[in-house]
Every structure is written in structure tokens, then in C-alpha cells.
Design a protein around this ligand. Sequence first.
Ligand code: ZN
Length: 251
Amino acid sequence: MRILILSDIHANLEALEACLEAAPAHDHVFNLGDIVGYGANPNEVTDKSRSLGKVFVRGNHDKACSGVSSVEDFNPVAGMAALWTREHLTEANLEFLKQLPHGPIAPAENLICVHGSPRDEDEYVLFPRDAYAILARAEAPLTFFGHTHVQGAYWIDDSNDTEGNIEPRYKSKTGKQTFTFRVAPGARCLVNPGSVGQPRDSDPRAAFASYDTEAGVVTFHRVPYDIHRAQKKILAAGLPERLAFRLEEGR
Ligand code: ZN
């Protein structure tokens, strides 16, 4: 089975379309949440996401933008964007986002999907010590997570008592590029496909991952997209300027 893993699209239609165009052939799409919030196309991105598949976990922005949670815990910029999104979502998309499931979910054999982490849907897994603590209790060999907007993976292998992390190394920050790694049999991995619509790992290209279950290979992808167009829409919508500028910084 070939799976496309998308996370943190954040209403960025240009980035989503570029990813789908660059994506390899796949049988299923798994969406790790934060479909909306920050970007200027919440309805177009939600419609497109709904048309791609049925596997979703909810993100903190999906909750705030649909009113499942309040925006009180958000910083002012994120809060303003969430309220703007709530006002602009169609009734149908608002309902769809409201009913998205809490992670973790197990959409395929030996595979878990979460937004933040298996122990807390809103946890940011940014440090190796947290990743290894989660992996030590992982119930499946492979866990896909998002939320941090940083592409990469952590693994532990009890068979030879080793652990490590993977930061995809690309030759440059231009053009379409991929980075693959093979999941060792017996290892447990936490894999973050990166953010489609608002990368924060200093590479402004849209990020996603694909996974071939038979080959046991995860492929990380980076794809350039029309950042300028996405920025213009954010500014025209009256969303905070910072949300436009950060896209070209990849932060
Ligand atoms: Zn996010």
C-alpha cells in the first residue's frame, strides 16, 4: 500500500496543489490535521482535503476555527486568524471540521496517526527526549505526527539498543527534492511529514511524505510553490501581515 501523508496545510491552497501535483502514485491519503487556520483559502483547502480521502485527525487549529475549543490559548496572531477563518467557513465545512476525530487513530495495520503526540493531541514533539519517551511506549511500529511543522523522524530499535533521529538533507532549498529512509524491521519510528502550508524548518518549500508499506520506505518531499500568490491573498483578506511574511522565511 502506498500512502500520501499530509499535515498542517493551514488553508494554503497554492502549497496543497503543488504537493498534489508532485506526489507519487498512492492508494490512500492520511491527513494529520490543521487543515485550516493562518491561510486565506480555508474552504477550498477543506473541500480539496475532503475529496482526497477519509482518514483525518483533528489539529488544534481545526478545533479553534470550528469552535470546538476557544482561541484563548492561541497567540494574538493565531487567534485573529482562527476567528477570521470561523467567519469565512461554509456551514458544511464548519460541521466537517467540528466532527474530526481526536487522535490517535489506527487507519492501517502497524500504523498510528496523531496531530501532536499519542499521549496528548496538542503536544509539540520538538526534542529527542520527548520523542524517545513516546517511542518507548509506542503501540505500533510507525507513528505519523504533525503539529511542529518540522519535517523529520525519530526512531528506537530495541533489537540492538540504538536510537536516532533523521533530518532530511537536501542539496539545496530550490526545486523539487526527495529524501528517503528505510524503516528498519524491529524499529519503532515517529515520522513528521512536515507542514504543507507553513513550514517552520527554515525551508520555505511545501513539505509532505509518502510511505510504501511493502517496501518499508518513507520518502520526504519538498516542493516549491507560488508563495507570492499565497501571500497576496493573506494580505488582501486582511489577515495579519506576519502570516504572509513568514511563508517566505519558512519559519
Ligand atoms: Zn499546525
